[in-house]
Ligand binder design. Structure first.
Ligand SMILES: [Zn+2]
Length: 293
């Protein structure tokens, strides 16, 4: 048995009440308020010796509170967007298919020779089209600065689905895209543009429709795709095109320089929202994004 000197035994006995007081915070008797309340009261009874105005928290720059209902564009780069240009958003649905590489190549070539008018776009992906090869193209799109959007897992008419299936359709593609861009949620484009109240309630992001439908999926010519965009061009418009069609790629080769020559810059949806100071709201549908007055 440990032998203690008289002085040490005395010191130990004197410390006992202190030890008991420290432990009693953990073993609260039924008559005392729960721990949570004790913790909450603590700062009032024992105010910090540092005045609040000098505390570290106060020194940090104030950031505006994030509104979960508004699509966050705080990290969207618009430094290359010329404020004097009219802006038009290009979108490509049903990706990734084999022509996505060609679409990226057209943008890359244009941007290389037009550093004063860099072009970008939003590509809406279907999860079922992802495999090891196509996922590499999605990485390439991301690396080129394209915005990745959600076109659902299986390209079903969302208005025919019950809530659990609908949720899975959106979540699965978000998860695939998160592995590439690190974002939990992505702008939603409903297959066939079909949206009902349930889809709007389930969507965690804005839903993007379009101003100009090129109908490029229906076998129209390059000239018809080109004309449908160029003749209806307007600042704030959203153009709908698709991955998977050679005529879309060849029309794109003409559209990028011709729109630039007419004072336009081609951008992604989030760039358009930020540059036009037009916040997009969760569950709302947008057919164009005009400049806020
Ligand atoms: Zn589609």
């Amino acid at each position: 048995m440990l032998k203690l000197s008289f002085k040490r035994r005395l010191a130990f006995l004197l410390c006992l009440p202190l030890l008991f007081a420290a432990c009693s915070k953990q073993n609260v008797s039924p008559s005392l308020p729960p721990n949570e309340e004790i913790e909450r009261d603590f700062p009032d009874r024992f105010p910090s010796p540092i005045p609040p105005e000098y505390s570290q928290e106060q020194d940090e720059p104030e950031t505006p509170p994030v509104d979960p209902e508004i699509w966050d564009v705080s990290d969207v780069d618009i430094s290359h967007i010329n404020p004097n240009r009219k802006l038009i958003a290009f979108t490509f649905d049903d990706a990734p298919k084999r022509t996505l590489e060609n679409i990226l190549a057209v943008f890359a070539a244009f941007n290389e020779s037009n550093p004063d008018c860099l072009a970008s776009a939003t590509v809406f992906f279907n999860g079922y089209l992802f495999d090891d090869t196509s996922a590499q193209t999605v990485h390439a799109a991301r690396a080129l600065g394209f915005e990745l959007g959600n076109h659902t897992q299986s390209h079903l008419d969302l208005t025919t689905l019950e809530q659990p299936t609908l949720q899975v359709e959106i979540d699965q593609t978000d998860t695939l895209l998160e592995k590439i861009d690190g974002k939990k949620r992505h702008l939603l484009r409903a297959p066939f543009g079909k949206v009902n109240e349930l889809v709007r309630n389930i969507a965690q992001t804005p839903i993007l429709d379009w101003t100009i439908d090129t109908l490029d999926w229906s076998g129209v010519s390059e000239e018809e795709i080109y004309t449908s965009v160029y003749s209806a061009r307007a600042s704030g418009s959203i153009v709908l095109m698709h991955d998977g069609y050679a005529h879309t790629v060849s029309a794109l080769k003409r559209l990028l320089p011709d729109l630039k020559a007419d004072g336009y810059q081609v951008v992604s949806i989030s760039q358009l929202s930020k540059a036009h100071a037009c916040p997009l709201k969760r569950g709302n549908r947008y057919i164009r994004i005009r400049k806020s007055l």
